[in-house]
Design a protein around this ligand. Structure first.
Ligand SMILES: O=P(O)(O)O[C@@H]1[C@@H](OP(=O)(O)O)[C@H](OP(=O)(O)O)[C@H](O)[C@H](OP(=O)(O)O)[C@H]1OP(=O)(O)O
Ligand SMILES: Nc1ncnc2c1ncn2[C@@H]1O[C@H](COP(=O)(O)OP(=O)(O)OP(=O)(O)O)[C@@H](O)[C@H]1O
Length: 418
């Protein structure tokens, strides 16, 4: 059956809660994978909005004008704003599907014991009447290999975060550390005690240098946090608390080498880094004054941009970057702010890489070098909220302050390099 486009009405598919397994969640959404027999949705998963437990009694979407429209716009944003920047091949299709309150309530009860403690201040938003179906990126691997062995697919989920440092010209002199130490490395000191700070530097992952990519992946395996997860079939093998155990080191090395080859080969990572940087050339320090001016003058209503605003912004950006001598100083406040928010989406996406089976180390006896088979997709490419701009500024200040408190002089600071 053809997948309906996102402009169609939400599909009406009978859902049975027992057919859905809790898969995972982030800050805003919770995801369930389908285990039933309806061939139309086999291999798909359901993404539902969450809201604060405290506000859930009366439902949280009540104040939203139209949750269906919002989710439809998010799907269009992923395909038509993020897709052209990163490449449409990385974006998964989305289908809107109608939901019943009883189905949501039963999923809530079923998932509760499986959810991580740090996510329990939020729950499924009981007032949403539309959910999003997406292909489960973990699917697609044939269960039996050519040798007849049963295969277990392996999925690596990377949240690569910021791939660049702002130029000295876009940050104030008191924050010049932002041009020497990357956002992730500094942020670690706000998020964790000094002894738990990760050795992972995203700039290594984005470097295009195999040695540095391997180093980045090894550091992630030592301190996965929410930046690395490994699933074997649908079961988690490494998550935020897990480190690679001694006996798994050899297995990890084979997987790591294969993922390093894919990171190196795919244009995705260099596009992510380039677009993050080009869409954020003013830094939040330059954006906050534009935001205040635009809101005060009324040139930017302080409401979430519409889908046509986003489409215009990405079209303007693309056109401008085709002209060699253009720069962001020539654009309107609104354009600069929307570009910054698109960059913020790109700094927060995750990348899923699925292999049909756990790779094995190549030996000199392997006569014909084989290309790894894999599927790759970008998830969580939703628009960010305009109203969060002042928060982004305060968070930036806080991150720099904490970092300088822990590492006050040059000798104690990291040297991140692009
Ligand atoms: O600001 P950051 O870099 O901490 O990013 C937030 C993420 O924190 P992280 O540092 O990756 O653990 C945060 O992730 P966690 O909840 O910490 O797993 C969210 O992704 C958040 O986005 P949103 O509010 O859900 O749209 C992210 O917020 P945005 O900055 O993308 O709005
Ligand atoms: N298409 C997919 N295929 C497989 N797994 C997925 C897919 N989409 C999401 N997931 C899983 O569900 C988890 C939560 O999804 P998602 O990242 O969309 O949540 P979020 O709340 O929007 O995240 P964030 O906290 O970054 O805003 C992911 O980390 C991933 O493990």
């Amino acid at each position: 059956m053809a997948v309906p486009s996102s402009v169609d009405l939400p599909e009406s598919i009978p859902f049975e809660p027992n057919d859905w397994n809790y898969k995972g969640e982030g800050n805003e959404n919770i995801v369930f994978s389908y285990r039933g027999s309806n061939t139309d949705i086999c291999g798909w998963l359901l993404r539902l909005s969450k809201c604060d437990v405290a506000t859930s009694v009366n439902g949280c979407t009540a104040h939203r004008l139209d949750d269906t429209q919002r989710k439809r716009d998010h799907a269009t944003y992923s395909t038509s704003v993020i897709g052209p920047l990163l490449g449409p091949e990385y974006i998964l299709p989305q289908r809107l599907v109608a939901l019943k309150p009883d189905f949501l309530r039963r999923l809530q009860v079923k998932s509760e014991p499986l959810r991580p403690a740090h996510r329990l201040h939020k729950q499924i938003d009981m007032s949403q009447d539309v959910g999003v179906l997406m292909p489960n990126a973990f699917r697609g691997a044939p269960p039996v290999s050519s040798s007849g062995r049963l295969r277990q697919s392996v999925t690596v989920e990377l949240k690569p975060k910021w791939g660049f440092m702002p130029s000295l010209g876009s940050v104030s002199p008191r924050n010049s550390v932002k041009s020497r130490v990357c956002r992730y490395c500094m942020h670690q000191f706000t998020k964790h005690a000094s002894q738990d700070v990760s050795g992972f530097c995203p700039l290594d992952l984005y470097s295009g240098d195999r040695h540095r990519i391997v180093r980045a992946l090894d550091s992630l395996a030592q301190s996965p946090q929410n930046n690395l997860r490994v699933f074997v079939d649908d079961h988690i093998a490494i998550d935020r608390h897990g480190k690679i155990s001694e006996e798994c080191v050899a297995q990890w090395e084979a997987l790591r080498d294969c993922i390093a080859d894919i990171v190196l080969k795919e244009p995705l990572f260099s596009r992510l880094k380039q677009c993050q940087r080009m869409l954020d050339s003013l830094d939040i320090e330059g954006i906050l004054p534009l935001y205040k001016r635009a809101v005060e003058s009324g040139s930017l209503a302080n409401v979430q941009p519409s889908i046509s605003d986003w489409l215009t912004a990405v079209a303007d950006f693309t056109q401008r970057t085709e002209i060699a001598d253009s720069n962001v100083a020539e654009v309107t406040d609104k354009q600069a702010i929307l570009e910054f928010l698109i960059s913020t989406t790109l700094k927060d996406v995750s990348v899923l890489i699925t292999l049909p089976e756990w790779p094995v180390h190549k030996t000199s006896l392997d006569s014909v070098p084989t290309e790894p088979q894999y599927a790759i997709a970008v998830i969580d490419s939703d628009p960010k909220k305009l109203a969060k701009i002042p928060n982004y500024f305060s968070k930036d200040e806080k991150i720099v302050k904490h970092y300088l408190k822990h590492c006050p002089d040059l000798d104690s600071q990291q040297q991140c390099s692009e």
